[in-house]
Design a protein around this ligand. Structure first.
Ligand code: CP
Length: 324
């Protein structure tokens, strides 16, 4: 267990050691148990978190805000379009100024080729920890909740097969940050990771390489597939979700047109039956219902999406309590 994490940024889990992530899990499960028992845990009394959003959110916003209140502090919601950020406040100014008002700064900025750079610029100028609430490359808190859910439902993740798969959606071109963070983290936990996608929906080659290195180091594996059905076969955990083809085109309209070739990439009962009988279905949400996944699957017995969403709260509280 690592006990000196005060002041640390969390921009990607890859920058935290396995021991440190184990500590997050340990504390997250403890805080979850304490909340179930009604035991107060005001570790951040009088502390304030700034939550800066450049993109919409339901779960991330609500869970960080609830988490800060439960830890005895407060979270302030700041939206880029309704503040002077829209008129030119720079990343450096945000880091300097919000860092002087607050004890932590959390940012969601998912613009392709920009979000991660922006968050790192804020972190460079901030005297307090900076948290990535999702950028163009990573969604670290989502996959901490996913790891927690897998451990909760399946026990030791080593040797389990997880299928991280593209699925079709029509609502918007979703960032690649969730599948990238998943393949990076789950390979560090000894899982056999399948990355399944059509040829146009590749992830960043350097991230895939890092995941391959993680697998080698931690006794897992990384397998690349382009057959949607094959990804489900014999899997213990299935995580079919949509993302845009950012590596093929930066044009959202073109990405949407390419996606239309794959409208049959929908998670349905027939495909779930290809996975292990006790396989669990994960999705970070929001999902395009009956386009990306059928109601029968997402509302079915194998779906653990509500426990997964709940675990955002506990994982984030753990990181905030350890770092702020
Ligand atoms: N999964 C997730 O990050 O949800 P929100 O976009 O609603 O925050």
């Amino acid at each position: 267990m690592q006990t000196f994490l005060r002041g640390r940024d969390l921009i990607t889990n890859q920058e935290w050691t396995k021991d440190e992530i184990d500590t997050i899990m340990d504390v997250a499960f403890k805080l979850k148990r304490e909340r179930a028992l009604g035991l107060p845990h005001a570790h951040l009394r009088d502390k304030v978190l700034a939550m800066l959003f450049f993109f919409s959110s339901t779960r991330t916003r609500a869970s960080f805000e609830a988490g800060m209140a439960q830890l005895g502090g407060h979270a302030q919601f700041i939206e880029s379009s309704t503040t002077q950020i829209a008129h030119g406040d720079t990343a450096k100014e945000i880091g300097e100024i919000l860092g002087r008002y607050n004890d932590g700064i959390a940012v969601r900025q998912v613009d392709w080729n920009y979000g991660n750079k922006y968050i790192r610029e804020v972190a460079k100028s901030s005297r307090v920890p900076v948290f990535n609430m999702q950028c163009d490359i990573y969604h670290p808190f989502q996959v901490l909740a996913d790891l927690m859910t897998i451990i909760e439902k399946k026990g030791d993740p080593r040797g389990l097969t997880i299928n991280v798969s593209y699925a079709y959606a029509s609502s918007y071109q979703k960032p690649i940050s969730v599948p990238q963070s998943l393949i990076l983290l789950m390979t560090r936990y000894g899982m056999n990771v399948r990355l399944t996608h059509p040829p146009e929906f590749k992830l960043m080659p350097e991230i895939v390489q890092q995941a391959q290195d993680n697998a080698r180091r931690h006794g897992g594996s990384l397998e690349l597939l382009d057959d949607f059905d094959a990804g489900f076969e014999g899997a213990d955990v299935v995580y079919p979700k949509s993302w845009g083809c950012m590596l093929t085109t930066s044009d959202q309209q073109e990405s949407s047109e390419i996606g239309k070739k794959y409208t049959d990439w929908i998670a349905n009962e027939r495909r779930m039956a290809l996975a292990k009988e006790d396989a669990i279905y994960l999705h970070c949400l929001p999902a395009d219902r009956n386009i990306e996944v059928t109601d029968a699957v997402i509302d079915g017995l194998q779906s653990v999406v509500y426990d997964e969403a709940e675990n955002r709260l506990h994982a984030q509280k753990a990181v905030m309590a350890l770092t702020m």
